[in-house]
Design a protein around this ligand. Sequence first.
Ligand code: AMP
Length: 380
Amino acid sequence: MSEPRVFFPGSTIGVMGGGQLGRMFAIAARRMGYRVHTFSPDEDTPTGQLADREVAARYDDEAAVRDFARGVDVLTFEFENIPVQTVEWAAECCVVRPSAKVLHVCQHRLREKEFLDQAGVPLPGFQAVGSAGDLAAAVAELGLPAVLKTAAFGYDGKGQRKIAPGDNLVEAWAPFAGTGAVLEQFVRFEKEVSVLVARGVDGRTATYPVCENVHRNHILDVTIVPANIAPAAAERACALAVRIAEQLDLVGLLAVEMFLLADGGILINELAPRPHNSGHFSFDASATSQFEQQLRAVCGLPLGNTDSLCPSAMVNLLGDVWAGGEPDWAAVLAMPDVKLHLYGKAEPRAGRKMGHLVAFGATTEEAAARALAARSALKA
Ligand code: AMP
């Protein structure tokens, strides 16, 4: 077998997807002397604003995909819901990392769960559901409450519904009809945590300190790092993430979302084979950001140091922050331990991720208090 290819600064990286994750990747890549091209169906995207070249075309436009791939050295993703066919076309024209196989597993909830199950990784009980009859059978098997989720294209709680005892299952199924779905046991978790793990072409891995995540309306709201959990639990969480990356034969970055149970047990919720919202702290608070780490991994270069420089907290800024008019940026920029990130999105719709704040502190409690105070100050 030939040696895996290495791409040094000066090379051109293609990014599929045009969102904020690609934007921050582009900042990290350009800082290190790489060129960045981005491909998505839209124009003036958060990634495109920072890229050397932005291509707006559909993912099923084979000629456009091949042309884009021929213009880059290595292609990666900031968004996993890219049709696998698109990735296969690209892979005939350039190196693609992570592989189409990783995307195929991670873009479909049922495939992902079956993969994790076969890998012997603990996860909430689940059943595939394709009809109201299947749903009744799955409920009988798993019990209630449970969560019904679409198999494909779900994120931030979209395409999900909690099912409680007494709910009418035919009605609950109706919005899911025609789609594949998964019923999952409802988990009474103590905490939600995530682990970012990078894996290089040589199989070496590096994990970041465990992130502790609080969601609001199913969307990530606050992350503190390091998570306030027992060291043994943190060690197990990182070991699980490494095991999953190895089983996937990943080259790149993987975020593993987990539920931590009161008895110290861990169940895997879902995977994202790319940088993750919970890893945004790393841009300001780590020796190597998750975006630089993705770059290093996909270019076949040594992975960077994942140590935190200090305790930190991240809060998301959704479009709701704009509800009362232009946020008070000056108030936040006057705060010495807070960093502002905005994604260049023109329309601040409610629930839309527009930016985030990262705050530092002597402790995570102090960092979280600063981050929350800063977000409140924006709306004053
Ligand atoms: P997901 O899009 O699957 O990550 O779900 C978004 C959020 O919904 C998670 O971060 C949890 O807060 C919640 N959630 C999802 N699945 C479950 C479950 N099986 N039990 C309890 N809460 C869940």
